[in-house]
Structures are given as structure tokens and as C-alpha cells.
Design a protein around this ligand. Structure first.
Ligand code: HPA
Length: 234
């Protein structure tokens, strides 16, 4: 047990999928894992462990934003021995070729400041995905008929952002989409020699103002879970 995860040692698999929303963790565990067992409900941040194609998998909510994800990822890695961590979540599209329901595989994650920023001081560390996971996820996504984009994303720490100029610079520099967690996940994975990837569904678009209705989010979310699982065990 840790401060934020009530699981026993051994309850958490080496491979962890991390949706922001704890109810998404429940939904994914019930729909994709065999014999999923609830292993954490501290603060309602649900986590389940079960199996997929014979492989042990944990699906643990991360909460929204890098400070929350940092707490769960630190404890999963340092206290429970997680080695492969894949964020599954939504993002806002930033480029015209990125459409609603498309999947973005985040090669890099730019940020203004993650919880790890203070240790880098004047350095601009470049948080990047694990290549083997990214490569496998590209293949898994391309075997489905889903629009897939691979490239840089922006991990913002402000959903209601008053700095429109930051999004403008991201768009200008080819960033595909915006979310709020991946940069810290990639940085922690680098620090602890783990593998990490963010697989994201485009749920809204900053350019067009479109947004996926709630009932269609679930279907897109299912594709993402499958891509993440296939990539983890490729
Ligand atoms: N901004 C930040 N995070 C997000 C967004 C967004 O527009 N959409 C989905 N996650």
C-alpha cells in the first residue's frame, strides 16, 4: 500500500494503462480484461488488474493534469514495479488534418512546466515516447481503419487557458494536439528506465470548435484500449 494506491504488493501488473478518468478505467477493465479485480479505490481513483491474451495488465486512473498523474505514476513505478505505462486519453486537435475520432500517437510531449521542471533548471528536457511501444502502436493503429497521426503533442497544465499565444505557437510548430499528462509520464519513464507512450483520441478540435458527443466517445475509447494493449505486448 502507498499513500494514494491501496493495492497490495503484487496486485499491480508490470504493464499499466492509465486513463485520466477513473470510470474509464472501470469501463476498460470490464470490457477488455479477463477476470478484472478492483485493486485500488483510494480517493475514488479506481484501478483494476486482470489479463488480456494471457498477459497481466493493470488499468489505473491517473486523474487530470500532470501533478495528479505524477503521484500515480511515481507510486506505480517505484513501489509497485510497473515497467510499461501507457496513457489512454483524449486530446484537443490542433492541426487541420487531425479530425475528431482520429488517434494521435505522441512521439514527443512539449510542456511549459511539468512537476519535474524544477530538477532540470535551465535545461529544456525533451520528453519522448518509448520507440518500441510507438512503433508497435503505429502498426496496431494502421491495421484498423482509424485516422492515425504520429508526432508531437502539447501537455498543457491549464484547460481554461488564458494564454492563447501558447496554443498559437504550438500550432505554428506542427504540434498535433493538446492534453494535460503525457510530458510528465514520459519524463518519469525516462528517469526510472521504463517504457511509456500516450495513445490519444481526438475528442475536440481547437480550430473548428467541434466536440465528440458523449455517446461516441466510448467507441473511440475502445479502439485506443486495443491499440495500447497490442502495443504493450507486441
Ligand atoms: N485541452 C487540454 N486537454 C484536453 C483538451 C483540450 O482542449 N481536450 C481534451 N483534453
Amino acid at each position: 500500500m502507498t499513500i494514494h494506491i491501496g493495492a497490495q504488493k503484487g496486485d499491480i501488473a508490470e504493464t499499466v494503462l492509465m486513463p485520466g478518468d477513473p470510470y474509464r478505467a472501470k469501463w476498460a477493465a470490464e470490457n477488455f480484461l479477463h477476470e478484472a479485480k478492483l485493486v485500488n479505490e483510494t480517493r475514488g481513483m479506481l484501478g483494476y488488474t486482470g489479463s488480456w491474451n494471457g498477459h497481466r495488465v493493470t488499468i489505473q486512473g491517473s486523474g487530470m493534469g500532470m501533478p495528479s498523474l505524477s503521484i500515480y505514476a511515481n507510486e506505480l513505478i517505484r513501489d509497485f514495479g510497473a515497467r510499461t505505462l501507457i496513457r489512454i486519453g483524449s486530446c484537443g486537435g490542433m492541426q487541420p488534418q487531425v479530425k475528431l475520432r482520429d488517434v494521435i500517437l505522441a512521439m514527443t510531449a512539449t510542456t511549459v512546466g511539468s512537476p519535474s521542471q524544477s530538477i532540470f533548471k535551465e535545461l529544456n528536457f525533451a520528453p519522448a515516447a518509448d520507440w518500441s511501444l510507438l512503433h508497435a502502436a503505429v502498426q496496431a493503429a494502421q491495421s484498423r481503419s482509424i485516422g492515425t497521426h504520429v508526432g508531437g503533442i502539447y501537455s498543457s497544465d491549464t484547460f481554461y487557458d488564458e494564454r492563447a499565444d501558447l496554443n498559437e505557437q504550438m500550432i505554428r510548430h506542427g504540434i498535433l494536439g493538446v492534453e494535460m499528462e503525457a510530458a510528465e509520464l514520459y519524463t518519469l519513464a525516462a528517469r526510472y528506465k521504463c517504457r511509456a507512450l500516450a495513445v490519444l483520441t481526438v475528442s475536440d478540435h481547437l480550430g473548428t470548435g467541434e466536440a465528440l458527443p458523449a455517446d461516441q466517445r466510448e467507441r473511440s475509447f475502445g479502439d485506443m484500449v486495443e491499440i495500447a494493449l497490442e502495443a504493450a505486448f507486441a
